[in-house]
Design a protein around this ligand. Structure first.
Ligand SMILES: Cc1cc2nc3c(=O)[nH]c(=O)nc-3n(C[C@H](O)[C@H](O)[C@H](O)COP(=O)(O)OP(=O)(O)OC[C@H]3O[C@@H](n4cnc5c(N)ncnc54)[C@H](O)[C@@H]3O)c2cc1C
Length: 427
C-alpha cells in the first residue's frame, strides 16, 4: 500500500510537490487553510518571472554600501518597522554575513542554479501536461540600466552568471529602444536573459495545476494545520481545524508560515516574511517582455489582465495591515518609464496586492528531511524565486521522501541541517 503523504500548503511549491509525489506513486493529500490560487499566498501575486539569472543573492559584499539607496526616499525599495527589525537582528546579521565574501556568493549562486537554470523549460513541460501551456511564455527577460556606471557595477555578477551557464546578451540603447519602444525613458542599455520566461497569470496557473493534480488523484482538504503529532521520531498525524488526520509522512510547504510547524519538531530555520507588493494596471501592454528596472528594483511584467509592477521589501510584523503607500511607491516609480499610466492606486483599472515572501536568512530555501523526524520533509523559504524554482524543488522534495534512494548532490546546500548546530532541539 502506498504511503499517505500530507502536503501542508497549497501554494506553487506545495502543488508542484504534490504532482511530483503523485507521479512517484504516493497517496497525496494537500492541506491548506485557503483554496489553491487564493490571494493570501505569495504564489498569487508574484511578478511571474521564471528567471535563470535570479541566482545572485541580494546580500553580496557591496550590499552594505547600498543600504542608504535601499532605505531613503519616498519610493525606496526597503521599508518597515525598526523595532521589529531590531528584534530580528540575528536574522539580518546572518543575512549580511552569508554574502560577505565572493566564495559565499558563488556557493549560493551555484546552489540556486540547480533550481533555476532551466526553470522556464520545466514550467513549459509541466504546463503542457496540465493543459496550461497558454499561461507560460519564453520570450526572455530584460534588466535595464540607466547608466554605464550602474551596469559596470553589476558586470562581475553577470560574468558569474555566464560562468554558471546563464545565457545573456547586452543590448545597447538603440537596440533596446527598437526592442521595447514602450519604455519612454532612455536607458544606457539592458541585459537580455535569453532563456528566461514568465507566467502571465500566476494565480490561474496554481489553480490550474491544482485541478490537474486533483484529476491525477491528489486529494485536497481545506484545513488549518495546527500541530504535528509524533511518536518515536515519527510523524503519526496532523491536528487540523477539521480534526485529527493520520498520515505516514508530511512535507511542509507553508511558505512564510512554515517556521512554527518546523519548530514543533525541533528545527528552527531562520525564516521571516519579507512583505512585497504589486500594482496591476489593466492597460494595453507597453512591453513585449518582462523588464527589471534595475535602479528602481522593480519588475514590470506583461500579464493577462494588464501590466504588473512588483517589488518592495517590507520588514514588519507579518500580520500588521498592508501599508498601501508601498504600492503607491511602485506606481510612482513607473512614472520614470511610462508617462501615460495612472498616477494613483485608487484610480479605476488599478489593483493592488500585498504578500509574504518566505525569506530564509542565507537566501537559500530549506529542502530536505527534518532533523529529528524521519518522515517529515521541508520545502519552503524560496524568497524572491519560489515560482521559478518550484518544479526543481518538487523533484528534490520527492528524492528526500524516497530516503532509500541516493540524494542528488544538488540538494545538500538546502539541507535543514545547515542550521541544526545552533538551533535544533530534542523533541
Ligand atoms: C511581490 C512579490 C513578487 C515576487 N515575484 C516573483 C517572481 O517574479 N518570480 C518568482 O519565482 N518568485 C517571485 N516571488 C516569490 C514567490 O511568489 C514565492 O517564493 C512563492 O510563491 C512561495 O511559494 P510557496 O508555495 O512556498 O508559498 P505560498 O504561495 O505563500 O503558499 C503557502 C501556502 O501554505 C498555506 N499554509 C501555510 N501554513 C499553513 C497551515 N499551518 N495550515 C494550512 N495551510 C497553511 C498558506 O495558506 C498558503 O496557501 C515574489 C514574491 C512577492 C511577494
Amino acid at each position: 500500500m502506498s504511503v499517505r503523504v500530507a502536503i501542508i500548503g497549497g501554494g506553487v511549491i506545495g502543488i508542484t510537490t504534490a504532482i511530483e509525489l503523485n507521479r512517484l506513486g504516493y497517496d497525496v493529500v494537500v492541506l491548506d487553510r485557503n483554496e489553491p490560487g487564493s490571494r493570501e499566498a505569495a504564489s498569487f501575486g508574484n511578478g511571474g518571472w521564471l528567471c535563470p539569472a535570479s541566482i545572485i543573492p541580494v546580500s553580496v559584499p557591496s550590499t552594505i554600501w547600498r543600504w542608504p539607496t535601499f532605505l531613503f526616499g519616498k519610493s525606496a525599495p526597503l521599508s518597515g518597522n525598526l523595532l521589529f527589525a531590531i528584534r530580528n537582528a540575528r536574522h539580518f546579521a546572518r543575512f549580511v554575513t552569508s554574502g560577505l565574501t565572493l566564495e559565499r556568493v558563488r556557493h549560493k549562486a551555484e546552489a540556486l542554479s540547480a533550481l533555476l537554470s532551466d526553470s522556464a523549460d520545466r514550467h513549459l513541460a509541466l504546463a503542457r501536461k496540465a493543459g496550461l501551456r497558454h499561461l507560460i511564455k519564453k520570450d526572455g527577460l530584460l534588466y535595464t540600466y540607466n547608466s554605464e556606471h550602474a551596469f559596470r557595477r553589476e558586470l562581475r555578477w553577470w560574468n558569474l552568471r555566464r560562468d554558471l551557464g546563464v545565457k545573456w546578451t547586452f543590448l545597447d540603447q538603440k537596440t533596446l529602444r527598437a526592442e521595447e519602444p514602450g519604455i519612454e525613458r532612455d536607458c544606457f542599455g539592458a541585459v537580455l536573459v535569453t532563456d528566461g520566461g514568465h507566467c502571465i497569470d500566476p494565480a490561474a496557473y496554481v489553480k490550474g495545476l491544482a485541478d490537474y493534480a486533483r484529476q491525477a488523484g491528489v486529494q485536497f482538504i481545506k484545513a488549518d494545520v495546527v500541530r504535528l503529532m509524533h511518536a518515536d521520531r515519527r510523524l503519526v498525524g496532523l491536528e487540523t481545524s477539521e480534526g485529527m488526520l493520520a498520515f505516514g509522512a508530511a512535507v511542509i510547504c507553508g511558505g512564510a508560515h512554515s517556521r512554527h510547524l518546523a519548530r514543533q519538531i525541533g528545527d528552527d530555520p531562520p525564516l521571516l516574511s519579507e512583505r512585497g507588493y504589486h500594482v496591476t494596471v489593466s492597460t494595453a501592454h507597453p512591453l513585449k517582455r518582462p523588464v527589471m528596472f534595475n535602479d528602481a528594483l522593480m519588475v514590470a511584467t506583461p500579464m493577462l489582465d494588464g501590466i504588473r509592477f512588483a517589488g518592495q521589501v517590507e520588514i514588519t510584523k507579518p500580520d500588521s495591515p498592508p501599508n498601501w503607500s508601498r504600492a503607491q511607491a511602485l506606481l510612482d516609480l513607473t512614472q520614470r518609464y511610462f508617462g501615460t499610466l495612472p498616477a494613483c492606486i485608487e484610480e479605476p483599472g488599478v489593483s493592488v496586492w500585498m504578500g509574504h515572501r518566505p525569506a530564509i536568512a542565507d537566501e537559500l530555501p530549506v529542502i530536505g528531511r527534518a532533523t529529528a523526524m524521519e518522515n517529515v520533509h521541508f520545502a519552503f523559504g524560496h524568497g524572491f524565486t519560489g515560482l521559478g524554482a518550484a518544479p526543481a524543488t518538487a523533484v528534490l522534495a520527492g528524492q528526500s521522501l524516497q530516503s532509500n534512494r541516493l540524494l542528488s548532490p544538488e540538494i545538500s546546500p538546502f539541507s535543514p541541517q545547515r542550521f541544526s548546530m545552533r538551533t535544533s532541539r530534542t523533541v
